[in-house]
Design a protein around this ligand. Structure first.
Ligand SMILES: Cc1cc2nc3c(=O)[nH]c(=O)nc-3n(C[C@H](O)[C@H](O)[C@H](O)COP(=O)(O)O)c2cc1C
Length: 172
């Protein structure tokens, strides 16, 4: 493993962050994160994702926090990057969802590389209609994929992975 490679280092060092300092996330950093999402791969390059950024003083944050058991994280974040699929851009449901995942991971890695922390909030999509209503967005047009809670980290974060051999179906 080459720890001097900045991309690999970012991948290996990123951890989900659920506690944030009071420091705001700058527009410059938010733009860089969104640009990283924009440059994700997508099937047929259809770029089906749409973004909405809520700052912590946005009145919609409270309503969104009520859509998930992780509402305390929604409220703790300095910025929420909401990622949607635009149903008018669909070409393959599965591939569009995969694209939204690639887009989100790009944004998380970009945030980490900028010294910011994120956590992918996925439980909230179980309350799809409630979340879209909280954001005043039409459910027949948009599908919420992720709420990316973002801010300056106020914790280290920790997680583990299984050994590589456990993922492998065959030796290589
Ligand atoms: C599809 C998906 C949904 C997730 N949903 C939540 C969530 O609702 N709440 C939460 O606190 N973390 C959520 N996470 C973060 C995972 O818990 C976390 O990525 C995992 O435990 C590994 O930890 P790490 O990101 O620090 O390496 C989600 C991650 C993914 C990829």
């Amino acid at each position: 493993m080459n720890k001097k490679n900045p991309v690999l280092e970012t991948i290996f060092e990123r951890r989900s962050i659920r506690k944030f300092t009071d420091n705001p996330v700058s527009t410059e950093n938010l733009t860089a994160i969104l640009e990283a999402g924009r440059w994700a791969p997508s099937g047929l390059n259809n770029q089906p994702y749409r973004f909405l950024v809520l700052h912590d003083d946005d009145p919609r944050v409270e309503a969104l926090s009520e859509c998930t058991k992780y509402g305390h994280i929604v409220k703790a974040a300095k910025a929420l990057i909401c990622v949607f699929l635009d149903r008018e851009k669909t070409y393959s449901v599965m591939k569009d969802h995969q694209g939204a995942g690639a887009c989100t991971q790009n944004m998380m890695l970009a945030a980490h590389s900028l010294g910011l922390g994120t956590v992918w909030l996925g439980e909230i999509v179980n309350q799809q209609n409630q979340a879209l209503a909280a954001l005043n967005l039409p459910a027949d047009r948009y599908e919420l994929q992720v709420v990316l809670a973002t801010g300056h980290p106020d914790q280290q974060g920790s997680s583990k992975r299984n050994e590589l051999s456990e993922y492998m179906l065959e030796d290589f």
